[in-house]
Design a protein around this ligand. Structure first.
Ligand SMILES: NC(=O)c1ccc[n+]([C@@H]2O[C@H](COP(=O)([O-])OP(=O)(O)OC[C@H]3O[C@@H](n4cnc5c(N)ncnc54)[C@H](O)[C@@H]3O)[C@@H](O)[C@H]2O)c1
Length: 765
């Protein structure tokens, strides 16, 4: 025996210790009955206490009140000899515990304060794990962050085998580390090799995978409809199973033994990863290299996670907890955590339909998608979970292509074991496919994704209106045609709206809801609600050229093209912008989007934004289009690509072209990395500010969320408006004015920035 789990050794010892069962079938413990818990209820069934977490609001979060209530409940239960074990579960069918209360963390004004907060949590969780009362976590829905740390401090975990049941330490996504003992308990439970990637990426495991990993001890199969809903029946059944498991554990009928012997394959692996320093050090070294490679060192949290895990395995559990608390405290005070938390709250805010659109009385249930191409098939795929879906195209080949795309998407899930082959096939057959207008008479929402051509869109709109019911909303996924122009062909333009998805639809989280002058508020609300149900984060945008994301992106792209024409090598532009935190350099982005598409957008927006588009001459892109240098898809753009789409270096034929456009321009080959970054990024931010000033977007939050989720503005900076707040509007405006003097009027700051600078205002309080 070499790998001891202190948690469970305790639980094993506990079995049989508490033998005095309560005689009452269902009672409340004496002390608990008198206490007024705000976040939980307690009852005792046959000597097993059932603690049901129930915070005010839609989800449970681990906040001050819940911790205080739990401390008190735990003290009562452990001193009550009639209670033999306790089940901890959620009273909410929605989930177990969604994580720690982030606002509580944000209230900490120093690293020391936050370190103390984590240390207080450690005391509570250690008390649970080391205490004599056997604890069973019964999990339905999400057990994330602090929620999982709570569950890991229990001696046994039982979970419903439902897609919505997910377990994960997701803190890295808000720039933190798991501060409730997670960095110590997870590697001891499931092994360093499985624990580290989970903590470093923030990915969560579905119940079945969690069971396989050793994080869950028992699965409960969901049960169907009865007198109650299927969800409620499953929760009731979970409670029953958890109570039974608790009884079996205390009666010694169920053994929890997490000790592994080196003689087993699993035991040998655990020994090599957790206990043998030589191999463990290699794992940590590789993890650090991998984090550096994937984040460019921009995110401190993953490194602090590794530090805490390493301390725990090198120097012991207590030392690991101390390191965890210190790392947690330090991370709470970083700008990166600020930026990421702001994105977290922003995304949550963007899940609510803006007040001015009112409530959705009749949410869409039937969606019909016209055009089974790249976008249409993607829209169909993301709609399948929550809607009855019809997919229409003009040819059987078009339909078959779309179906194949959807199948590939679902099959990926099957391969990753997040969907069974049966579920995949069931979903595939549930989609109605049609070449005519079958099923359109039931449609509540039609989403058009046909060719980007006004005449085609007009003819589709006119025809569809002959087949849809009066209430049906018509949404177009046009990338650039004004929604108002499309709506001109409609008998009821007030029911026309834009739903601008980003490609690939199944992966990109943002959806722009575009309202034209006549769109009714309820129509925007229906589109917003549908987008939410498709899993998208929605922002509402006015009907202007480029909408929000592409409009802000265009001056940024113009600036990068200007730099290329000022003798800055394309590779350098890409690498310096990636260093800033963008997921992809701008030159590669143009190649990925397609020079034909990007070129058209640049030309189109040049007509509308005038001087704000000054930069690289868009004629260069025109020449590239003529030369069939369409980017990655044709193997040639600014860069060359092999058959697998891998970058093979600069396209030699492009150098001559760029040279042609360099004539008469300044030479910026000696520009510093920082100035290069600021020249490009300030153009994006300035245009985003114009969008806010001109009410194209509703709020700075929408602007930040749109930039991060639509185009990958570095999340740790929190978005363009957070960026200005962090830098100070005055400094930002000074910088823009400096660039304006040096490079031209395209850098003239938006009036809103000038006003904020003058009044010392911030976009966020
Ligand atoms: N591709 C992108 O990255 C992207 C991003 C956002 C928006 N969009 C917009 O989405 C729309 C579709 O783009 P896509 O990339 O999916 O194009 P696509 O060429 O892949 O697909 C268009 C599909 O529409 C079908 N179609 C054409 N006319 C039709 C009609 N009258 N009735 C039914 N089906 C018809 C075609 O057969 C084809 O299957 C365009 O307006 C485009 O601008 C594209």
């Amino acid at each position: 025996m070499f790998s001891r789990s202190r948690l469970v050794a305790q639980a094993v010892a506990l079995a049989g210790r508490r033998t005095m069962a309560s005689t009452a079938a269902e009672t409340a413990p004496k002390a608990a009955a008198s206490a007024d818990y705000k976040t939980m209820s307690v009852k005792v069934v046959d000597g097993i206490a059932v603690v049901k977490l129930d915070c005010p609001g839609p989800v449970n979060t681990l906040g001050e009140q819940l911790m205080a209530d739990f401390q008190s409940v735990y003290s009562d239960l452990s001193s009550n000899s009639s209670v033999r074990a306790a089940v901890i579960m959620s009273a909410k069918p929605s989930g177990f515990v969604a994580g720690a209360d982030i606002q509580m963390i944000q209230k900490c004004h120093s690293a020391q304060e936050a370190t103390q907060l984590a240390a207080n949590g450690h005391v509570m969780f250690n008390r649970m794990a080391d205490g004599p009362l056997p604890l069973i976590a019964a999990i339905n829905g999400e057990a994330l962050g602090g929620g999982l740390e709570l569950a890991m401090s229990c001696h046994y975990r039982i979970a419903t085998d439902m897609p919505k049941t997910k377990l994960g330490l997701v803190e890295v996504m808000i720039g933190l580390l798991p501060g409730g003992g997670g960095t110590q308990r997870l590697p001891r439970l499931i092994g360093l090799d499985q624990a580290l990637p989970l903590m470093l990426t923030g990915k969560s495991l579905q119940a079945k995978k969690a069971k396989k990993a050793g994080l869950v001890d028992e699965l409960v199969v969901p049960i169907g409809l009865g007198l109650n809903s299927a969800g409620q029946n499953t929760v009731d059944y979970l409670e029953k199973c958890a109570i039974q498991s608790a009884k079996d554990i205390v009666d010694g009928k169920k053994k929890i033994n997490r000790d592994l012997t080196i003689a087993s394959a699993k035991g040998l692996k655990r020994y090599l990863t957790n206990d043998f320093k030589y191999t463990r050090d290699i794992i940590f070294k590789k993890a650090r290299e991998q984090v550096m490679k994937s984040t460019g060192g921009k995110y401190p949290a993953p490194f602090k996670i590794i530090e805490a895990v390493e301390a725990g395995l090198d120097k012991g559990f207590e030392a690991g907890l101390r390191q965890e608390a210190i790392g947690f405290g330090e991370l709470t005070q970083t700008p990166e955590a600020d930026g990421l938390m702001s994105i977290f709250f922003g995304q949550r805010a963007c899940k609510r339909i803006p007040k001015q659109f009112g409530k959705v009385d009749k949410p869409a249930k039937n969606i019909a998608v016209i055009g089974a191409g790249l976008m249409g098939a993607g829209i169909g795929e993301v709609s399948m979970n929550r809607f009855d879906v019809t997919l229409k195209d003009t040819s059987p080949e078009g339909l078959a292509r779309g179906q194949e795309q959807i199948f590939k998407g679902l099959n990926g899930k099957t391969k990753r074991k997040t969907m069974t082959p049966f579920e995949r096939d069931q979903k595939m057959t549930a989609v109605h496919t049609t070449l005519d207008w079958k099923h359109f008479n039931k449609a509540d929402l039609v989403i058009e994704a046909v060719f980007e051509d006004l005449a085609v869109k007009h003819s589709v709109l006119k025809e569809v209106e002959q087949h849809i019911p009066e209430h049906c909303v018509f949404a177009t996924n046009t990338s650039a045609i004004p929604i108002g122009e499309i709506a001109k062909a409609s008998k009821r333009p007030e029911r026309v709206v834009g739903m601008h998805y980003f490609s690939p639809v199944d992966k990109m989280p943002l959806l722009e809801i575009i309202t034209h002058e006549k769109t009714l508020p309820e129509v925007a609300a229906i589109a917003f609600d549908a987008g939410n149900k498709q899993g998208k984060t929605c922002i509402v945008v006015k009907d202007v050229p480029g909408f929000y994301v592409n409009r802000s992106l265009a001056p940024y792209m113009a600036e990068t093209m200007a730099l290329a024409m000022e003798n800055v090598p394309a590779e350098r532009i890409d690498s310096v912008m990636k260093k800033f935190g963008w997921p992809m350099g701008p030159i590669s982005l143009a190649d990925n989007v397609g020079i034909d598409v990007a070129g058209k957008v640049q030309l189109y927006l040049t007509q509308h934004l005038g001087n704000r588009m000054i930069g690289g001459d868009p004629a260069l892109l025109g020449e590239m289009i003529d030369a069939k240098f369409h980017g990655k898809k044709t193997g040639k753009g600014f860069f060359l690509y092999d058959k697998k789409g891998k970058n093979q270096g600069l396209n030699p034929e492009i150098e001559g072209l760029i040279k042609k456009y360099s004539a008469g321009r300044i030479d910026s080959s000696g520009i510093s990395d920082e100035e290069l970054q600021m020249r490009c990024v300030s153009r994006f931010i300035n245009e985003a500010a114009f969008c806010l000033q001109d009410n194209i977007i509703l709020s700075p939050t929408d602007g930040d969320i749109g930039a991060v989720f639509g185009i990958g503005f570095p999340p740790f900076l929190g978005g363009p408006f957070r960026f200005v707040d962090a830098m100070g509007a005055d400094k930002f405006v000074d910088m823009m004015n400096g660039f304006s003097d040096k490079y031209g009027e395209q850098f003239k700051p938006a009036q809103i920035l000038v006003d904020y600078a003058k009044n010392g205002k911030k976009f966020y309080n």
